[in-house]
Design a protein around this ligand. Structure first.
Ligand SMILES: [Zn+2]
Ligand SMILES: [Zn+2]
Length: 305
């Protein structure tokens, strides 16, 4: 399973229907949080995600609307008796941030919180996938993140293997793992009974940024690109000055990168009543686009299912 849960989709100012930035990915039961704005723990409660399976928080940058939820969340997890360690990844100064959180001393954590500073291009390798830090272009040190799954082995054609005389059992797993076997003096090739490698899924989250080359490259053929879409094009100058993107710019990048789906997030409070101007200008360039809403869920099935 790979489920994206949009916990907070607002811009710098929270509004009555949008919390500040937080995106959760549930991958095979492991929870990863990308940014953790104020109130994220309550959004997690509303979405019934639980907290125990949260292993890591990836912070894009240290503007308050992206990290203010972390102190409250870790205090709550400690109250609830958490003992599992938590890793917090981010750009430069993440160490200082975590040091203040854990050493100020007014609450005692029962679990370890580890800070890991990342530089653009760096990989965090996990079982079956990795997270890559992406260079972004914002007003303070910042990173975007790509979640990339490893390719999976092709499907094993059981019927064909039996027809070739392979008895069900350990030889099946050998063939499936790429090893050729011999049955009654006859060579059976793994390639004959195992289909093509199946590509994993790829999700990109930019955080706050101007559109830039490194995001374009990282997003190539992604299943989902979650891009800063703070403003509409009539606010072009302000987008440049505040180092955000317009919906049009995000859509242009999505089209060029050949992504399957674009989700615009970090929606400015000026679109509280009506975000349709953002959608309209993005759709004019790239059809498969939506505006993120708080508590919206998106499931990404495996590509051959
Ligand atoms: Zn922001
Ligand atoms: Zn920012």
């Amino acid at each position: 399973m790979l489920r994206i849960l949009f916990l907070g989709t607002g811009g710098s100012l929270p509004t009555r229907n949008r919390n500040p930035s937080a995106i959760m990915i549930n991958r095979e039961g492991e929870l990863l949080l990308f940014d953790c704005g104020e109130g994220t723990q309550q959004q997690m409660m509303r979405a019934k995600t639980g907290m125990k399976a949260l292993t890591s928080i990836f912070v894009t940058h240290f503007h308050a609307d992206h990290m203010l939820g972390i102190p409250g969340l870790i205090q709550t997890m400690s109250f609830l008796g958490r003992t599992e360690p938590l890793k917090i990844y981010g750009p430069q100064r993440v160490n200082e941030f975590v040091k203040v959180l854990t050493e100020l001393g007014y609450y005692k954590l029962r679990f370890e919180v580890e800070a890991i500073e990342l530089v653009p291009g760096e990989l965090v390798k996990r079982d079956g996938y990795y997270i890559q830090a992406i260079e972004t272009d914002h007003s303070v040190p910042s990173l975007g993140y790509a979640l990339v799954e490893e390719s999976r082995r092709g499907r094993f054609d059981r019927d064909k293997a039996i027809a070739l005389g392979v008895p069900p059992g350990p030889l099946f797993s050998k063939l499936h793992s790429g090893v050729n076997v011999e049955v009654n003096g006859q060579l059976i090739r793994s390639d004959d009974v195992v289909g093509q490698m199946r590509p994993g899924r790829k999700v990109i989250y930019t955080g706050d940024t101007r559109p830039c080359e490194s995001i374009l490259v990282a997003s190539s053929c992604a299943d989902v690109l979650i891009h800063d879409g703070t403003l509409a094009s009539d606010q072009d100058e302000w987008a440049k000055e505040s180092k955000h993107s317009t919906a049009f710019e995000a859509a242009t990048l999505a089209k060029e990168a050949g992504v399957s789906r674009l989700v615009l997030t970090h929606i400015s409070s000026r679109y509280t009543d009506d975000a349709s101007p953002l959608l309209r200008e993005a759709q004019a360039v790239f059809e498969n686009v939506i505006i993120a809403e708080d508590l919206m869920e998106m499931d990404l099935p495996l590509k051959d299912e």
